[in-house]
Design a protein around this ligand. Structure first.
Ligand code: ASP
Length: 444
């Protein structure tokens, strides 16, 4: 009996396609598995630390063109990046006509999104030629409405229909079109989103997201030396760890695949044999440790609001939140006591509006006192295994006490998926290390 293959969508990030050498690795990966039907490329990224991404060069050209400045130097750089790839791959393809058209459009003051999108567009043409796949311009299959909001349903239908008719195709990442045909991009790093959208439209079995790391790590490698990788993580856990995940995978790329129940496999182009991390809806598999991951960020402010008998005053919380809403400030966490509530907000966003928010709280909620503390770091300790493991919180706080770290705040949702801890900015790295060691190192 003939074996029925899987349907895989594969997205490659900018560093995986930064030059011909990387491009060849990508070609080998795709060709080594005939289930890899649809490929989504980013624009060429950095070849070395101080290099400039093609997307950034394109933004620069557009900026200069709008100011009637000469952008030929940057444009030549872009051209040579692509020509080097073409030459290195040994394919017979000329992008001269495309370059000329893009240059002309830029001179005629084409938009920022159009300019940026050309990075993926040109890379898509090269990739399709190199792999002998069909090129499908994302502008013809990904749609935004006239308000600029992504139109997921129309896209899903048109894209699904189109790709049903092709066996192997390249669809450039990062952009689509508005109803009048103008190009519109997602936010930076948005090729991840395109990959997820394609996966949903064709009901893929797996969405492989190829990058330059072998998946998620239990903790930040800048803080923990050689941290353990995460083999499986649920969508929910990843959301709770969003401080960590953002640099590996665009947050918005979760929604389309999650909706369709498609697992995501983060893989490393430079180490394709590594299993990478799986992101799944749900799993019966225990994580290796009680915790799945630890992530955090410095730079939060705590606004402590006190009022006697707060607990019986109906609507008090709403009034306080209204003061933040009116000033367009979102909050991260909101632990509370019987007569107190505290809001944790990003210090950078809060500081310029500090006094406006305080006076609004006074006006709306009439509290007894308000106190602000800043320089706080938040740490999320996340794990689906916490629910069934006794003493997790105890172990965390014993480890922090042992490391002489003062805990400023504790917040645990009733889902028992995470514990949020607030510490001083200065204690941040020590706290992460103490928690990591107690759960991971000790068991080795
Ligand atoms: N090239 C775009 C960027 O640099 C999109 C992407 O790489 O996903 O943001």
């Amino acid at each position: 009996m003939e074996e029925k293959g899987l349907l895989k969508v594969v997205k490659f990030g900018g560093s995986s396609l930064a030059n011909a050498e990387q491009f060849k690795k990508v070609g080998d990966i795709i060709k080594s598995d005939k289930d890899r039907h649809f490929a989504i490329p980013s624009a060429p990224g950095k070849r070395f630390n101080t290099d400039v991404k093609v997307t950034d060069l394109l933004y620069k050209c557009q900026e200069k063109a709008v100011n009637n400045e000469d952008f030929s130097e940057e444009f030549e750089d872009i051209k040579s990046r692509y020509n080097e790839i073409i030459e290195g791959l040994g394919i017979s393809l000329s992008l001269e006509e495309e370059f000329a058209l893009i240059e002309k459009n830029l001179k005629e003051k084409a938009g920022k999104d159009y300019a940026a999108s050309r990075g993926e567009y040109l890379n898509g043409i090269i990739m399709a030629n190199y792999l002998d796949f069909t090129f499908v311009d994302a502008a013809t299959v990904l749609f935004f409405n006239k308000e600029g909001v992504f139109d997921s349903e129309k896209t899903n239908e048109v894209l699904g229909k189109k790709l049903k008719k092709v066996e192997y195709a390249v669809i450039p990442g990062f952009y689509g079109s508005l109803p009048d045909g103008t190009i519109k991009t997602f936010s930076r790093g948005g090729s991840d989103i395109t990959g997820a959208i394609v996966a949903r439209a064709i009901k893929a079995d797996i969405y492989e997201n190829w990058t330059d790391v072998s998946g998620f790590l239990v903790a930040d490698p800048r803080i923990i030396y050689n941290p353990e990788p995460i083999d499986i993580i649920t969508y929910k856990e990843l959301r709770e760890l969003s401080y960590m995940g953002a640099s590996v995978l665009h947050e918005d790329s979760i929604f389309p695949v999650r909706k369709a129940g498609i697992p995501v496999n983060i893989k490393n182009t430079n180490a394709p044999e590594d299993p990478g991390s799986w992101i799944v809806e749900s799993t019966g598999q225990k994580s290796k440790y009680v915790i799945t991951g630890i992530a955090g960020r410095k730079g939060f402010s705590a606004i402590n609001i006190d009022k006697d008998m707060m607990n019986v005053e109906v609507g008090f919380g709403r009034k306080v939140l209204q003061a933040f809403e009116e000033n367009d400030i979102s909050f991260e966490h909101m632990p509370s006591g019987i007569d107190t509530m505290t809001l944790f907000v990003e210090q950078k966003a809060f500081e310029p509006k500090e006094q406006l928010v305080i006076s609004a709280i006074h006006k709306l909620a009439e509290p007894d006192s308000i106190e602000i503390e800043s320089g706080i770091a938040l740490i999320a300790v996340v794990g689906r295994g916490m629910k069934s493991a006794r003493g997790t919180a105890g172990r965390i706080f014993a480890a922090l006490a042992h490391a002489r770290i003062n805990v400023r705040m504790i917040d645990q949702g009733s889902s028992e998926l995470n514990i949020i801890i607030g510490v001083d900015n200065d204690d941040f790295e020590f706290a992460i290390k103490a928690i990591y060691d107690i759960f991971v190192e000790v068991q080795l």
